[in-house]
Design a protein around this ligand. Structure first.
Ligand code: DAH
Length: 346
Protein backbone atom coordinates (compact mmCIF):
# COMPACT_ATOMS: atom_id res chain seq x y z
CA UNK A 1 0.00 0.00 0.00
CA UNK A 2 2.65 2.51 1.07
CA UNK A 3 4.88 1.34 -1.80
CA UNK A 4 2.12 2.21 -4.25
CA UNK A 5 1.91 5.65 -2.65
CA UNK A 6 5.68 6.14 -3.02
CA UNK A 7 5.57 4.96 -6.65
CA UNK A 8 2.73 7.41 -7.36
CA UNK A 9 4.78 10.29 -5.92
CA UNK A 10 7.80 9.33 -8.05
CA UNK A 11 5.66 8.99 -11.18
CA UNK A 12 4.04 12.36 -10.55
CA UNK A 13 7.47 13.93 -9.94
CA UNK A 14 8.86 12.48 -13.19
CA UNK A 15 5.97 13.80 -15.18
CA UNK A 16 6.15 17.32 -13.75
CA UNK A 17 9.93 17.60 -13.77
CA UNK A 18 10.32 16.48 -17.38
CA UNK A 19 7.76 19.10 -18.41
CA UNK A 20 9.51 21.92 -16.49
CA UNK A 21 10.39 24.90 -18.68
CA UNK A 22 13.11 26.69 -16.72
CA UNK A 23 15.56 26.48 -13.84
CA UNK A 24 13.33 28.37 -11.41
CA UNK A 25 10.55 25.84 -11.81
CA UNK A 26 13.09 23.12 -11.06
CA UNK A 27 13.93 24.85 -7.75
CA UNK A 28 10.23 25.01 -6.85
CA UNK A 29 9.79 21.36 -7.74
CA UNK A 30 12.81 20.45 -5.65
CA UNK A 31 11.04 22.02 -2.65
CA UNK A 32 7.76 20.36 -3.54
CA UNK A 33 9.15 16.83 -3.81
CA UNK A 34 12.17 16.89 -1.48
CA UNK A 35 11.57 19.76 0.94
CA UNK A 36 10.63 19.48 4.60
CA UNK A 37 6.93 19.71 3.81
CA UNK A 38 7.06 17.25 0.92
CA UNK A 39 4.97 14.08 0.99
CA UNK A 40 8.12 11.95 1.22
CA UNK A 41 9.46 13.90 4.22
CA UNK A 42 6.09 13.52 5.93
CA UNK A 43 6.26 9.79 5.32
CA UNK A 44 9.64 9.68 7.07
CA UNK A 45 8.08 11.33 10.13
CA UNK A 46 5.35 8.70 10.11
CA UNK A 47 7.82 5.80 10.09
CA UNK A 48 7.49 5.45 13.86
CA UNK A 49 4.00 4.05 13.34
CA UNK A 50 5.37 0.93 11.66
CA UNK A 51 6.92 -2.16 13.22
CA UNK A 52 10.72 -2.34 12.88
CA UNK A 53 11.15 -4.81 9.95
CA UNK A 54 8.50 -3.01 7.90
CA UNK A 55 9.90 0.39 8.86
CA UNK A 56 13.29 -0.51 7.38
CA UNK A 57 11.79 -1.58 4.05
CA UNK A 58 9.72 1.59 3.81
CA UNK A 59 12.66 3.79 4.77
CA UNK A 60 14.78 2.24 2.01
CA UNK A 61 11.98 2.77 -0.53
CA UNK A 62 11.57 6.43 0.52
CA UNK A 63 15.32 7.07 0.27
CA UNK A 64 15.44 5.48 -3.17
CA UNK A 65 12.52 7.59 -4.32
CA UNK A 66 14.21 10.74 -2.96
CA UNK A 67 17.47 9.87 -4.74
CA UNK A 68 15.71 9.16 -8.04
CA UNK A 69 13.88 12.47 -7.90
CA UNK A 70 17.06 14.30 -6.88
CA UNK A 71 18.99 12.83 -9.82
CA UNK A 72 16.29 13.79 -12.27
CA UNK A 73 16.16 17.34 -10.88
CA UNK A 74 19.93 17.64 -11.21
CA UNK A 75 19.91 16.28 -14.75
CA UNK A 76 17.23 18.73 -15.77
CA UNK A 77 19.07 21.62 -14.12
CA UNK A 78 22.24 20.77 -16.04
CA UNK A 79 20.28 20.72 -19.28
CA UNK A 80 19.06 24.24 -18.58
CA UNK A 81 22.59 25.43 -17.73
CA UNK A 82 23.96 24.01 -20.98
CA UNK A 83 21.16 25.56 -22.98
CA UNK A 84 21.81 28.91 -21.30
CA UNK A 85 25.49 28.95 -22.25
CA UNK A 86 24.71 27.85 -25.80
CA UNK A 87 22.30 30.73 -26.16
CA UNK A 88 25.06 33.12 -25.21
CA UNK A 89 26.39 32.18 -28.69
CA UNK A 90 29.90 31.84 -27.28
CA UNK A 91 30.73 35.37 -28.39
CA UNK A 92 34.35 35.16 -27.37
CA UNK A 93 34.79 31.97 -29.37
CA UNK A 94 35.08 29.71 -26.37
CA UNK A 95 33.21 26.51 -26.90
CA UNK A 96 31.32 26.49 -23.63
CA UNK A 97 30.05 23.01 -24.19
CA UNK A 98 33.39 21.42 -25.07
CA UNK A 99 33.97 19.44 -21.92
CA UNK A 100 31.53 18.14 -19.37
CA UNK A 101 34.40 18.28 -16.89
CA UNK A 102 34.14 22.06 -16.57
CA UNK A 103 30.44 22.20 -17.01
CA UNK A 104 28.52 23.75 -15.35
CA UNK A 105 31.08 26.01 -13.68
CA UNK A 106 31.72 24.93 -10.12
CA UNK A 107 32.25 27.21 -7.18
CA UNK A 108 34.56 26.18 -4.37
CA UNK A 109 33.34 26.27 -0.78
CA UNK A 110 34.81 26.15 2.69
CA UNK A 111 35.57 22.75 4.16
CA UNK A 112 33.01 21.59 6.77
CA UNK A 113 35.76 21.28 9.41
CA UNK A 114 36.72 24.92 8.79
CA UNK A 115 33.14 26.17 8.98
CA UNK A 116 32.47 24.14 12.14
CA UNK A 117 35.64 25.44 13.78
CA UNK A 118 34.74 29.00 12.79
CA UNK A 119 31.24 28.74 14.18
CA UNK A 120 32.50 27.29 17.49
CA UNK A 121 35.04 30.10 17.89
CA UNK A 122 32.48 32.71 16.84
CA UNK A 123 30.05 31.56 19.52
CA UNK A 124 32.72 31.76 22.24
CA UNK A 125 33.85 35.17 21.01
CA UNK A 126 30.31 36.36 21.57
CA UNK A 127 30.42 34.90 25.07
CA UNK A 128 33.42 37.11 25.84
CA UNK A 129 36.30 34.72 25.07
CA UNK A 130 39.48 35.87 23.32
CA UNK A 131 41.21 33.72 20.70
CA UNK A 132 44.69 32.40 21.29
CA UNK A 133 46.88 30.29 19.02
CA UNK A 134 48.98 27.44 20.34
CA UNK A 135 51.87 25.55 18.70
CA UNK A 136 51.61 22.39 16.62
CA UNK A 137 55.10 21.38 17.75
CA UNK A 138 55.37 21.14 21.52
CA UNK A 139 57.79 19.90 24.14
CA UNK A 140 57.09 17.07 26.53
CA UNK A 141 56.73 19.65 29.31
CA UNK A 142 53.88 21.57 27.71
CA UNK A 143 52.04 18.59 26.22
CA UNK A 144 52.29 16.34 29.30
CA UNK A 145 54.32 17.23 32.36
CA UNK A 146 52.89 20.70 33.07
CA UNK A 147 49.40 19.27 32.57
CA UNK A 148 49.92 16.80 35.39
CA UNK A 149 50.39 13.84 33.02
CA UNK A 150 53.19 11.89 34.67
CA UNK A 151 55.95 9.96 32.91
CA UNK A 152 54.23 6.56 33.07
CA UNK A 153 50.80 7.67 31.77
CA UNK A 154 49.57 5.61 28.78
CA UNK A 155 48.89 8.78 26.76
CA UNK A 156 52.64 9.18 26.51
CA UNK A 157 53.01 5.81 24.88
CA UNK A 158 54.68 5.99 21.46
CA UNK A 159 51.42 4.45 20.18
CA UNK A 160 49.69 7.75 20.70
CA UNK A 161 52.35 10.38 20.26
CA UNK A 162 54.34 11.39 17.20
CA UNK A 163 57.76 12.21 18.69
CA UNK A 164 60.06 14.38 16.65
CA UNK A 165 63.40 13.37 18.16
CA UNK A 166 65.06 10.33 19.63
CA UNK A 167 65.04 11.44 23.26
CA UNK A 168 61.30 12.20 22.96
CA UNK A 169 61.50 15.78 24.17
CA UNK A 170 59.73 17.36 21.19
CA UNK A 171 56.53 16.09 19.64
CA UNK A 172 53.43 16.97 17.64
CA UNK A 173 50.83 18.07 20.19
CA UNK A 174 48.30 15.35 20.98
CA UNK A 175 45.73 17.91 22.19
CA UNK A 176 45.28 21.68 22.36
CA UNK A 177 45.56 21.67 26.18
CA UNK A 178 49.29 22.68 26.19
CA UNK A 179 48.09 26.12 25.07
CA UNK A 180 46.62 26.46 28.59
CA UNK A 181 50.15 26.41 29.99
CA UNK A 182 51.50 28.93 27.44
CA UNK A 183 48.73 31.40 28.16
CA UNK A 184 49.00 31.09 31.96
CA UNK A 185 52.79 31.42 31.82
CA UNK A 186 52.51 34.72 29.99
CA UNK A 187 49.33 36.25 31.45
CA UNK A 188 47.90 36.89 34.87
CA UNK A 189 44.19 36.22 35.49
CA UNK A 190 41.47 37.02 34.55
CA UNK A 191 41.88 34.66 31.60
CA UNK A 192 39.07 33.72 29.24
CA UNK A 193 40.33 32.19 26.02
CA UNK A 194 39.62 29.62 23.33
CA UNK A 195 42.34 27.94 21.28
CA UNK A 196 41.38 26.39 17.96
CA UNK A 197 43.93 24.07 16.38
CA UNK A 198 45.03 20.84 14.79
CA UNK A 199 46.19 17.90 16.89
CA UNK A 200 48.04 14.71 16.03
CA UNK A 201 47.79 11.14 17.29
CA UNK A 202 49.65 8.07 16.20
CA UNK A 203 46.66 5.76 16.04
CA UNK A 204 44.99 3.47 13.57
CA UNK A 205 42.42 5.25 11.46
CA UNK A 206 38.82 4.07 11.46
CA UNK A 207 35.33 5.55 11.23
CA UNK A 208 35.85 7.66 14.34
CA UNK A 209 39.67 8.02 14.53
CA UNK A 210 42.04 10.01 12.38
CA UNK A 211 45.76 10.72 12.92
CA UNK A 212 45.11 14.44 12.58
CA UNK A 213 42.00 16.19 13.76
CA UNK A 214 40.97 19.50 15.32
CA UNK A 215 40.05 20.70 18.77
CA UNK A 216 38.94 23.93 20.38
CA UNK A 217 40.37 24.32 23.87
CA UNK A 218 38.78 26.65 26.40
CA UNK A 219 40.25 28.09 29.60
CA UNK A 220 38.77 30.47 32.16
CA UNK A 221 40.73 31.50 35.26
CA UNK A 222 39.75 34.07 37.83
CA UNK A 223 39.30 34.52 41.56
CA UNK A 224 35.77 33.18 41.71
CA UNK A 225 35.14 30.55 39.07
CA UNK A 226 32.91 27.58 39.77
CA UNK A 227 31.70 24.41 38.12
CA UNK A 228 28.32 26.14 37.81
CA UNK A 229 29.97 28.75 35.52
CA UNK A 230 31.34 25.94 33.38
CA UNK A 231 27.89 24.36 33.13
CA UNK A 232 26.31 27.66 32.14
CA UNK A 233 28.84 28.28 29.37
CA UNK A 234 28.54 24.73 28.00
CA UNK A 235 24.74 24.97 28.01
CA UNK A 236 24.84 28.30 26.23
CA UNK A 237 27.32 26.97 23.67
CA UNK A 238 25.20 23.90 22.88
CA UNK A 239 22.10 26.05 22.46
CA UNK A 240 23.88 28.46 20.11
CA UNK A 241 25.65 25.75 18.11
CA UNK A 242 22.66 23.48 17.51
CA UNK A 243 20.20 26.38 17.50
CA UNK A 244 17.80 24.53 19.79
CA UNK A 245 17.34 23.61 23.44
CA UNK A 246 18.84 20.14 23.87
CA UNK A 247 19.08 18.10 27.05
CA UNK A 248 22.64 18.03 28.36
CA UNK A 249 24.23 15.67 30.86
CA UNK A 250 27.56 16.00 32.66
CA UNK A 251 29.04 12.53 33.11
CA UNK A 252 31.84 12.17 35.73
CA UNK A 253 35.10 11.41 33.93
CA UNK A 254 38.86 11.55 34.41
CA UNK A 255 41.45 13.88 32.94
CA UNK A 256 44.84 14.40 34.55
CA UNK A 257 44.66 18.17 34.27
CA UNK A 258 41.18 18.75 35.72
CA UNK A 259 39.56 17.79 39.00
CA UNK A 260 36.67 17.14 39.07
CA UNK A 261 36.39 16.17 35.39
CA UNK A 262 33.37 15.51 33.26
CA UNK A 263 32.35 14.56 29.78
CA UNK A 264 29.36 16.30 28.31
CA UNK A 265 26.70 14.45 26.34
CA UNK A 266 23.84 16.00 24.46
CA UNK A 267 20.52 14.34 23.83
CA UNK A 268 20.58 12.77 20.36
CA UNK A 269 18.65 15.32 18.34
CA UNK A 270 18.49 13.05 15.35
CA UNK A 271 16.43 10.29 16.92
CA UNK A 272 15.15 12.48 19.80
CA UNK A 273 16.06 9.72 22.25
CA UNK A 274 13.76 7.31 20.40
CA UNK A 275 16.82 5.15 19.80
CA UNK A 276 15.47 3.69 16.59
CA UNK A 277 18.40 2.39 14.57
CA UNK A 278 20.29 5.64 15.14
CA UNK A 279 23.81 5.64 13.70
CA UNK A 280 24.75 8.93 15.33
CA UNK A 281 24.10 8.00 18.98
CA UNK A 282 24.43 4.25 18.38
CA UNK A 283 21.03 3.83 20.06
CA UNK A 284 22.21 5.23 23.40
CA UNK A 285 20.14 8.39 23.01
CA UNK A 286 23.21 10.50 23.94
CA UNK A 287 26.11 11.98 21.99
CA UNK A 288 29.40 12.89 23.67
CA UNK A 289 30.64 16.30 22.57
CA UNK A 290 33.38 17.50 24.91
CA UNK A 291 35.62 16.94 27.93
CA UNK A 292 35.92 19.48 30.72
CA UNK A 293 36.57 20.15 34.38
CA UNK A 294 38.02 22.45 37.03
CA UNK A 295 41.73 23.18 36.53
CA UNK A 296 43.81 20.77 38.67
CA UNK A 297 45.90 22.42 41.45
CA UNK A 298 49.05 20.76 40.03
CA UNK A 299 48.50 22.60 36.74
CA UNK A 300 48.34 25.92 38.59
CA UNK A 301 51.50 24.87 40.41
CA UNK A 302 53.26 24.30 37.03
CA UNK A 303 52.60 27.90 36.04
CA UNK A 304 53.23 29.29 39.52
CA UNK A 305 49.66 30.47 40.11
CA UNK A 306 48.49 30.78 43.70
CA UNK A 307 46.07 27.90 44.33
CA UNK A 308 44.52 29.79 47.22
CA UNK A 309 43.71 32.75 45.03
CA UNK A 310 42.62 31.36 41.67
CA UNK A 311 40.09 28.87 40.33
CA UNK A 312 39.56 27.89 36.73
CA UNK A 313 37.70 25.66 34.35
CA UNK A 314 38.80 24.18 31.05
CA UNK A 315 37.20 22.28 28.21
CA UNK A 316 38.23 20.58 24.98
CA UNK A 317 35.85 20.25 22.05
CA UNK A 318 36.40 17.79 19.20
CA UNK A 319 35.68 19.76 16.02
CA UNK A 320 35.26 16.81 13.63
CA UNK A 321 32.96 15.18 16.16
CA UNK A 322 30.67 18.20 16.22
CA UNK A 323 30.79 18.50 12.42
CA UNK A 324 29.82 14.82 12.14
CA UNK A 325 26.94 15.25 14.55
CA UNK A 326 25.70 18.42 12.89
CA UNK A 327 25.88 17.16 9.31
CA UNK A 328 25.02 13.54 10.04
CA UNK A 329 28.37 12.19 8.80
CA UNK A 330 29.25 8.66 9.85
CA UNK A 331 32.93 8.35 8.90
CA UNK A 332 35.60 10.86 10.02
CA UNK A 333 37.86 9.78 7.14
CA UNK A 334 35.48 11.42 4.66
CA UNK A 335 36.77 14.82 5.83
CA UNK A 336 40.24 14.01 4.54
CA UNK A 337 39.55 11.88 1.48
CA UNK A 338 39.25 14.90 -0.85
CA UNK A 339 36.26 13.40 -2.55
CA UNK A 340 34.44 16.04 -4.56
CA UNK A 341 31.09 14.29 -4.23
CA UNK A 342 31.37 14.63 -0.43
CA UNK A 343 32.79 18.16 -0.35
CA UNK A 344 30.30 19.60 -2.82
CA UNK A 345 27.49 19.00 -0.35
CA UNK A 346 28.72 21.87 1.82
N1 DAH B 1 42.69 17.38 26.12
C1 DAH B 1 41.61 16.42 26.19
C2 DAH B 1 41.71 15.41 25.06
O1 DAH B 1 42.33 15.68 24.07
C3 DAH B 1 40.29 17.12 26.10
C4 DAH B 1 40.02 17.95 27.33
C5 DAH B 1 39.36 17.38 28.40
C6 DAH B 1 40.45 19.25 27.39
C7 DAH B 1 39.12 18.10 29.54
C8 DAH B 1 40.21 20.01 28.56
C9 DAH B 1 39.54 19.41 29.64
O2 DAH B 1 40.60 21.26 28.69
O3 DAH B 1 39.33 20.15 30.75
O4 DAH B 1 41.15 14.36 25.16
Amino acid sequence: MINIKINDIVADAYETITKAKDKRIIDDLSLKYLGKKSKLSKMICELVNYALPERKVIAIAINKAKNDIKNLLQQKKQEFSKAYYHNQKCVDQIDCSSSSLYFPFKMGSLHPVVTTMESIVYIFQHLGFSIFEGNDIETDWYNFEALNIPKNHPARDTQDTFYLNKDKTTLLRTHTSPAQIHIMETHTPPIKIVVPGRVYRNETQDVSHSSTFHQVEGLVVNEYVTFADLKTIVKEFVFKFFKRELKIRFRPSYFQFTEPSAEVDIQCYLCQNNKIDCKICKNSGWIEILGCGMVHPNVFKSVKYDNNLYRGYAFGIGVERLAMVKHNIEDIRLFYANELAFLQQF
